[in-house]
Design a protein around this ligand. Structure first.
Ligand code: ATP
Ligand code: RIB
Length: 302
């Protein structure tokens, strides 16, 4: 049976410019290529999970504008259920101007617009879907109180929760407590822990508020670090030719959610997440660069 995943999060229209190097403040540099694509951490994770074979429901808000069409287009093409997406009449669809340099590194500005207007009713409307889900994932590109409300709803219904605390922001301890899995990258870990001083394991352990909680810290080309209350494990990733790392974290979270929903042991689930994210960085774009299940299974077999 397919894994059932609910994603509560953002959609942004990604306005991506590719260039040899980023401009310094006050400088203008020539770009090589410009692409408008579907993005937003929530939507990227939903699309990636669907491509991995999960049955995915997305809960969020878009504006009443042309960028919302980009969202509908990708969700419909990839089979993401959008029955619980509201169209906001006051705020525009989120947008994210992105710069990517020749090393595949990125800089992003997010103007979240309608994403910040998710209401409790949007989440309540999808209560049956949440109750039937294996895993609910949330990130930090919607209003923080709704992140907490979504996680709380899932926990009350006995559903496993993943909180991807991205982009970096401080979060109340009672919200962190609602996450079964926390998946910061190094910067986000630093923000949450008040500076890790190079000791990632100690900082990640410091975030855990209960014995059955797990942190999985993503470390870019170094893979990921698992930290529970009692154990730690480092899971290396795959060596690939990097084209664009944008969305790597989203692919990772989708892979982790699907693998956990399918019942994989934690280390195997992180290996699956690494494979999903490693394939993502080999292609340009965000949601559209996430791999299909067959590609991930093939990489894992190698
Ligand atoms: P982004 O913000 O670019 O989406 P992130 O900063 O949230 O990414 P990272 O820790 O950089 O997250 O990367 C997430 C995961 O993507 C890593 O744990 C790893 O599995 C994979 N990954 C990232 N960069 C590389 C790379 N250069 N080679 C192979 N895998 C990578
Ligand atoms: O994680 C990548 C995403 O972050 C992009 O798609 C962009 O929209 C920003 O939200």
């Amino acid at each position: 049976m397919a894994a059932k995943i609910v994603v509560v999060g953002s959609f942004n229209a990604d306005l991506i410019s590719y260039m040899a190097r980023m401009p310094r403040p006050g400088e203008t540099v020539p770009g090589d290529r410009f692409v408008t694509g579907a993005g937003g951490k929530g939507s990227n994770q939903a699309v990636a999970a669907a491509r991995l074979g999960a049955e995915v429901t997305f809960i969020g808000r878009v504006g009443n504008d042309v960028f919302a069409e980009l969202a509908y287009e990708i969700w419909d093409a990839e089979g993401v259920n959008r029955d619980f997406v509201s169209r906001d009449v006051e705020q525009a669809t989120g947008v994210a101007p992105i710069m990517v340099d020749s090393r595949g590194e990125n800089m992003i500005v997010v103007v979240l617009g309608a994403n910040l207007r998710v209401q409790p009713g949007d989440i309540d409307a999808a209560r049956d879907k949440i109750a039937a889900a294996d895993v609910l994932i949330a990130q930090l590109e919607i209003n923080l109180d709704m992140v907490a409300y979504a996680l709380e709803t899932a926990k009350k219904l006995g559903v496993t929760t993943i909180l991807n605390p991205a982009p970096a922001a401080a979060i109340p301890a009672d919200t962190i407590e609602l996450a079964d899995y926390l998946t910061p990258n190094e910067t986000e870990l630093e923000t949450l822990s008040g500076g890790h001083g190079g000791d990632i394991k100690a900082a990640a352990r410091g975030l855990l508020t209960r014995a059955d909680q797990t942190a999985v810290v993503t470390l870019g080309s170094r893979g990921a670090q698992i930290v529970t209350g009692t154990e730690t494990a480092s899971v290396p990733t795959y060596a690939v030719d990097v084209v664009d790392t944008t969305g790597a974290g989203d692919a990772f979270n989708a892979g982790l959610a699907v693998a956990l929903a399918e019942g994989l042991a934690l280390a195997d689930a992180v290996r699956f997440a690494n494979a999903t994210a490693a394939l993502c960085v080999t292609k340009p774009g965000t949601a559209r660069s996430t791999p299909y299940r067959g590609e991930v299974d093939e990489l894992l077999r190698k």
